[in-house]
Design a protein around this ligand. Structure first.
Ligand code: HDD
Length: 677
């Protein structure tokens, strides 16, 4: 990515340091002559207090850790740019949404919610999707998730939700998992969670890649144009690769084989120049239409069905640069849903209102004081001036004697300015009411949209939801909690609840007729975009493989942007029957079928029983996880009978035809109609 023209990168460049090839100094700049031995009184004597180098080095080390985020501790980030397709002038005065020729630098951090900073990435969880737009008018943070609704309706319940989902306090188990008593006890006793829990039990909670998941601002925000007219707005990120997920057995195995699976995938993609793209969409509702829906548009447990309120695609974000230092950038970035710009405003969603307090508060403890906005990653790219001063780690050297307002000594500057001059003016919503601790009746339907979500799922997606409930509740020790949850979800779909009850050994709830028949096809991942681009294929070959034919397949895969990993028994080169050689990228030991999207057994001779055993393992796992399998030449001999006529298993004679069909099958992501037993 070019620094030139990207204001954020130009700014960060001033702070980047390269220590390679340099002389070693202390933090005071003193050149050092020795870094291996502390200063001692005699070669075998005690270390001396005067050893400033030892003291500095150890002290710094002792203070290296900061508190991890109380939620979303495990995350990974990248830089990029946002470009607008068409001016949004009619709806918002936000400057970065006016002119399609302007590119806005962005920084995006993806995360899991429950796990600690070192936890595995493919756990069942919501994913955070937080974007910082460095606009000319200040930072705009869209701090969203990959699920469009939330567990609770009021921010005051957030600590309860998080206490319930985090490892239980008496034994700190389980790590990064909702499959335990307290989470499900919370769910059963806070039924507003029903809709989000359906998403959480669905494939959305085990994404194949950060690059293949949607992002949602969740809350209803406001767009306000330069005439002061407002629209309600919801934000969406739509990945250009479509929305795709893992299967649960695979996700669990990846947690062991590669706990960094998602960050590695993002990192490698950007390093290879296969940049990561999402389109930004908005759903807009006229202010006058606020009460025209059968749900309250301020309720964060509700989505706006795309078929009713279409998503208008307005721009594209491209992530094209990895961070230089994870701590300095990813760990120190401070997002806040309250970081907004003129033309965008809040609504009275009670979850959003509470978040507006929490984010600054958490940065104060996490980043150690009120000057975290001065950290390079958090600085806006426009100038900032006010009378705030001092505090731990202050970097700005504010000149002059005046640090108050109003004043005459500095001509009453810095000066607030009018809306016409770019000053932020809050949308003047008329508010009337009694001061109460209550929830509006319009927030009380917890099940209709949960049922709509269920209705919208394809048959395999519904099976995955039943399996996920059965797994999660199967880990719950309290039979009473299991029963309560099943009873609760019989309000979503009675058959679903009965199937779960059967799996976990509780009394099936009585049959209930739901009158909710609505479905929203946009919610099913079966209707998502499909492309083979950037999928990872394991190509397994043995000695004396057919060189020319394998090259036909490899070239066809690469032409589609598919990543190829040549796998065999040992590292080194492997010889084809025509004498040509191929370099092995991974061995059976270092790779694994769960880390791949598809397998191609291209033939050749392993020469021993171990080779056959390994190939069989790769095949069985890929088959079980509904992945595309291709075989040609001697590779066909490995196929079990159940695989031969199975969907997504491509068996080739004509090599060109095979390559074409194999790629077609990879495009499908998974073959859900396959019978795996
Ligand atoms: Fe939050 C972090 C998303 C509700 C309090 N939240 C955090 C992050 C994301 C979200 C993506 C990680 C940002 C990063 O990568 O640094 N949070 C959401 C969404 C919510 C939501 C989409 C509901 C729609 N959050 C929420 C509530 C509260 C918080 C109701 C508190 C009242 N969230 C926090 C926090 C965190 C945070 C404690 C922890 C670390 C941080 O803020 O910077 O303040």
């Amino acid at each position: 990515m070019k620094e030139n023209g990207n204001k954020k990168q130009e700014q960060l460049e001033q702070f980047r340091a390269n220590d390679q090839g340099k002389e070693m100094t202390t933090n005071q700049g003193l050149k050092l002559s020795e870094d291996e031995f502390s200063l001692k009184a005699g070669e075998r004597g005690p270390t001396l207090m005067e050893d400033f180098h030892f003291r500095e080095k150890i002290t710094h080390f002792d203070h290296e850790r900061i508190p991890e985020r109380v939620v979303h501790a495990r995350g990974f980030a990248a830089h990029g740019e946002f470009e607008l397709y068409e001016s949004m002038k009619d709806y918002t005065s936000a400057k970065f949404l006016q002119d399609p020729s302007v590119k806005t630098p962005v920084f995006v951090r993806f995360s899991t919610v429950a796990g600690s900073r070192g936890s595995a990435e493919t756990v069942r969880d919501v994913r955070g999707f937080a974007t910082k737009f460095y606009t000319e008018e200040g930072n705009f943070d869209l701090v969203g998730n990959n699920i469009p609704v939330f567990f609770i309706q009021d921010a005051i319940k957030f600590p309860d939700l998080i206490h319930a989902v985090k490892p239980e306090p008496h034994n700190e188990m389980p790590q990064a998992a909702s499959a335990h008593d307290t989470f499900w006890d919370f769910v059963a006793n806070n039924q507003e969670s029903a809709h989000m829990v359906m998403w959480h039990m669905s494939d959305r909670a085990i994404p194949r890649s950060f690059r293949m998941m949607e992002g949602f601002g969740v809350h209803t925000f406001r767009f306000v144009n330069d005439q002061g007219k407002a629209h309600f707005v919801k934000f969406h990120w739509k990945p250009l690769l479509g929305v795709h997920s893992l299967v649960w057995d695979e996700a669990q195995k990846i947690s062991g084989k590669d706990p960094d699976f998602h960050r590695r995938d993002l990192w490698e993609s950007i390093e290879m120049g296969k940049y990561v793209e999402y389109e930004l969409g908005v759903q807009l509702i006229e202010e006058e239409e606020e009460f025209s829906f059968d749900f309250d548009i301020l309720d964060p447990t509700k989505l706006w069905p795309e078929e009713d309120v279409p998503v208008k695609i307005i721009g594209k974000m491209t992530l094209n640069r990895n961070v230089d230092n994870v701590f300095a950038e990813t760990e120190q970035v401070a997002f806040h849903p309250g970081h907004i710009v003129p033309g965008i405003d809040f609504t009275n969603d009670p979850l959003l209102q509470g978040r507006l307090f929490s984010y600054t508060d958490t940065q104060l403890i996490r980043l150690g004081g009120p000057n975290f906005h001065e950290l390079p990653i958090n600085r806006p790219v426009c100038p900032f001036h006010n009378n705030q001063r001092d505090g731990y780690g202050r970097q700005t050297i504010n000149k002059g004697q005046v640090s108050y307002h109003n004043n005459s000594l500095a001509n009453n500057t810095p000066t607030p300015v009018s809306a016409a001059e770019g000053g932020f003016v809050h949308y003047q919503e008329k508010i009337e009411g009694h001061k109460v601790r209550r929830r509006s009746d319009s927030f009380k339907d917890h099940f209709s949209q949960a049922t709509m979500f269920w209705n919208s799922m394809s048959q395999p997606e519904q099976m995955h939801i039943i399996d996920a409930f059965s797994f999660e509740l199967g880990k719950v020790m309290s039979k009473s909690v299991r029963q309560q949850v099943v009873d609760m979800f019989s309000n979503v779909n009675a058959e679903m609840a009965a199937a779960v009850a059967d799996a976990i050994g509780v009394t099936p709830p009585g049959a209930k007729e739901s009158n909710i028949t609505k479905s929203s096809p946009a919610l099913s991942q079966l209707n998502t975009k499909k492309t083979p681009y950037t999928r990872k294929v394991g190509v397994i070959i043995g000695h004396d493989f057919n060189g020319p034919d394998i090259h036909v397949v490899l070239n066809a895969l690469k032409a589609e942007g598919i990543e190829v990993q040549i796998i065999s028994e040992k590292f080194g080169n492997i010889k084809a029957s025509d004498g040509t050689e191929l370099m092995i990228d991974q061995t059976f030991l270092t790779s694994d079928p769960v880390l791949l999207d598809a397998i191609y057994i291209g033939g050749g001779d392993g020469g021993n029983a171990k080779f056959n055993q390994d190939v069989t393992y790769y095949l069985e796992e890929a088959f079980k996880h509904f992945k595309t399998i291709g075989t040609t030449h001697e590779g066909k001999n490995f196929l079990k009978e159940k695989m031969v006529n199975s969907s997504g298993v491509v068996i080739g004679n004509d090599i060109h035809q095979f390559a074409h069909k194999f790629i077609e099958a990879i495009t499908m992501h998974r073959h859900w109609d396959r019978k795996i037993v």
